[in-house]
Design a protein. Structure first.
Length: 283
C-alpha cells in the first residue's frame, strides 16, 4: 500500500493521543464510537444544569435575605443617623435662609450704587465700571462712555456679578437641601415610623442617605464644632423624643416655600446706531 503523504494539514487533523487510545479500546471491546462524544456532551449539559440550579438557589437565598426583617440594632443605628441628618438639614436651611437675605441686601446695595443711565432706546439701565470702560449688568459695553465719566462711587462690574453669583449659588444650595430632604429623609422617616423594615428596604434607605450635601454635613455633630454639637445634643434632649426641635419645626413651613422674590433681570441691549444719551446720577 502506498503511504499517504504527510503534510501540515494531516498533522493538524490528527486526533489527540488520548482520544486515539479511547477509540482503540472501544474498537476491541465492540463499543460505539459515538458514545465518546455523547458522554462528553452529556457531562457538559449536566454541568450547566448544576450551575443553573446553584444560581437559582442563590437567587432564592438573596430573596429571603431581602424579605427578612432587618436586625433591631441596625434599624436603631439607622434611625439615629437619620435623626442627625434631619436636624442637620433643618439647620442648614436656616443658615441658608439667613445667607440668602444677606446676599439679597448685598446685591441691592451694589445696584443702588450703580450709575443710572437712560439709553438711546429710552430704557433706563444700571451701568458699572469695567476697567476703563462702562458696561451694563449683562456685560454689554456702553461704547459712548468711559469709566472716567462715571461718579467715583460707581462700583465695578465684577462686584455686581459676584453678588449675582453668590445669590444664585445660595439658591442652588437651598434647592439641593430641599431635594435631599424630599427624596431621602422624609420617605425614610415615614417608612421607619411604620416599623417592620426589611433588610432589603433598609439597604435602599441607607444607600439613599449616604451622601448628603456638603451644607448638611457641616451641621452634623461629627463635623461641626463643639458648640454646634452641644447645641444639637441639648436641642434633642429638650424635645424628649426623636422629633425635630420646636425651633427647627417652627421654621420648617416658612423655609419650605421659596419666598425669595426673583430679582429683576437687566433688559436686553438694543443694537444699532446710538444717538445722544442722557445721564442721571445714582438712584
Amino acid at each position: 500500500m502506498k503511504d499517504r503523504p504527510i503534510n501540515e494539514f494531516n498533522l493538524m487533523a490528527t486526533p489527540p493521543q488520548d482520544l486515539l487510545l479511547r477509540l482503540e479500546t472501544l474498537f476491541f471491546n465492540g463499543g460505539s464510537v459515538t458514545s465518546i462524544f455523547g458522554n462528553t456532551a452529556s457531562q457538559a449539559r449536566h454541568a450547566k444544569m448544576k450551575e443553573a440550579e446553584r444560581e437559582r438557589a442563590r437567587d432564592v437565598e438573596r430573596m429571603f435575605m431581602e424579605m427578612a426583617l432587618a436586625e433591631p440594632e441596625r434599624v436603631a443605628a439607622f434611625g439615629e443617623r437619620l435623626q442627625q441628618l434631619d436636624e442637620a438639614s433643618m439647620a442648614a436651611l436656616l443658615e441658608n435662609e439667613k445667607k440668602l437675605r444677606e446676599a439679597e441686601e448685598q446685591l441691592e446695595d451694589v445696584r443702588e450704587r450703580a450709575f443710572s443711565l437712560t439709553m438711546p432706546d429710552g430704557r433706563n439701565a444700571k451701568v458699572y465700571r469695567d476697567g476703563g470702560a462702562v458696561a451694563e449688568e449683562d456685560g454689554k459695553r456702553v461704547e459712548f462712555m468711559r469709566a472716567d465719566d462715571l461718579p467715583a462711587e460707581t462700583p465695578e462690574l465684577s462686584e455686581v456679578k459676584g453678588a449675582f453669583d453668590n445669590l444664585s449659588a445660595l439658591k442652588a444650595d437651598r434647592k439641593t437641601i430641599l431635594d435631599y430632604r424630599a427624596h431621602y429623609i422624609e420617605p425614610a422617616k415615614d417608612r421607619l415610623a411604620q416599623g417592620d423594615m426589611t433588610r432589603g428596604e433598609l439597604d435602599e434607605y441607607e444607600a439613599g442617605i449616604k451622601s448628603p450635601p456638603a451644607s448638611i454635613i457641616a451641621h452634623l455633630p461629627s463635623h461641626s464644632g463643639a458648640g454646634e454639637g452641644a447645641h444639637l445634643a441639648a436641642d434633642k434632649e429638650s424635645t424628649g423624643s426623636g422629633q425635630v426641635s420646636s425651633a427647627f419645626g417652627a421654621a420648617a413651613s416658612e423655609i419650605a416655600a421659596d419666598d425669595f422674590a426673583a430679582l429683576p433681570e437687566p433688559e436686553p441691549p438694543v443694537s444699532g446706531p446710538l444717538p445722544a444719551a442722557s445721564m442721571h446720577g445714582p438712584k
